[in-house]
Design a protein around this ligand. Structure first.
Ligand code: HEM
Ligand code: HEM
Length: 174
């Protein structure tokens, strides 16, 4: 089933969830630049894709929000007692997924570094734009906040799976 239903998320929502989860995990490897100034396999092979994958994630989140809007009347219901908590939590995850690439772009263009995505130059190097660079300066702070939110999200998924044993994870696994 492509579409979501009351029982489970459909193939399209599951694709967005897991493909983006993997790519976001990849993006978080940028933190490894703090170890030995990135002079290791992760820093040399995986992290150089940061900007291209970041822009890909921006495209994916725009389409995912559109898909979410089209499906929202017919998705698996959230736990009634925790409804506000779950909705705010998922809302913040969406916000983080929008703000990360937006501030990343602001960083590159604001600092005048230009923008090259999968080998295609989209913005040339320039003198930079100071106000845009200061918005870009928020990128690492939002990254750490999103990391904490994701950790909480994963813990809750495991609480449902192993403590509540209510099969919630299955709704996202198909
Ligand atoms: C969902 C998308 C993204 C995630 C999850 C993400 C995550 C991160 C993380 C975890 C860091 C390391 C922060 C730290 O060391 O404290 C970082 C740094 C950085 N990111 Fe991203 N990023 C994303 C998208 C982008 C995009 C689209 C760009 C550029 C177009 C970008 C450019 C940068 C740059 C230039 C840095 C280094 C900043 C510095 O050294 O202060 N990121 N990002
Ligand atoms: C090992 C990693 C992960 C696991 C086990 C996991 C598990 C789940 C589960 C079981 C649901 C369904 C919750 C429900 O039906 O109420 C869900 C939904 C959701 N997850 Fe994750 N998740 C993971 C990673 C992520 C990441 C990295 C993000 C994004 C930053 C994310 C964002 C979301 C969002 C926004 C929803 C709401 C459904 C939607 O609109 O797509 N998840 N997750």
């Amino acid at each position: 089933m492509l579409y979501d239903s009351q029982e489970k998320y459909g193939a399209v929502s599951r694709f967005f969830h897991w493909a983006m989860a993997v790519l976001i995990f990849w993006q978080m490897l940028k933190l490894f630049d703090r170890i030995n100034e990135g002079e290791h396999w992760v820093g040399q092979v995986l992290v150089p894709w940061h900007i291209s994958i970041g822009v890909l994630l921006l495209v994916l989140i725009i389409v995912r929000i559109g898909w979410f809007m089209s499906q929202r009347a017919n998705r698996p219901p959230v736990d009634e007692q925790l409804a506000v908590f779950v909705k705010v939590g998922h809302g913040l995850l969406y916000l983080g997924m929008v703000l990360m690439p937006v501030t990343g772009l602001a960083y590159m263009v604001g600092k005048g570094y230009g923008l090259t995505v999968f080998g295609v130059q989209l913005v040339a190097k320039s003198d930079g734009i100071a106000w845009l660079a200061s918005i870009g300066g928020l990128h690492p702070y939002i990254a750490w906040t999103l990391l904490v939110l994701i950790a909480g999200h994963i813990v809750m998924a495991f609480v449902h799976q192993f403590i509540k044993k209510d099969g919630l994870l299955q709704r996202m696994l198909g």
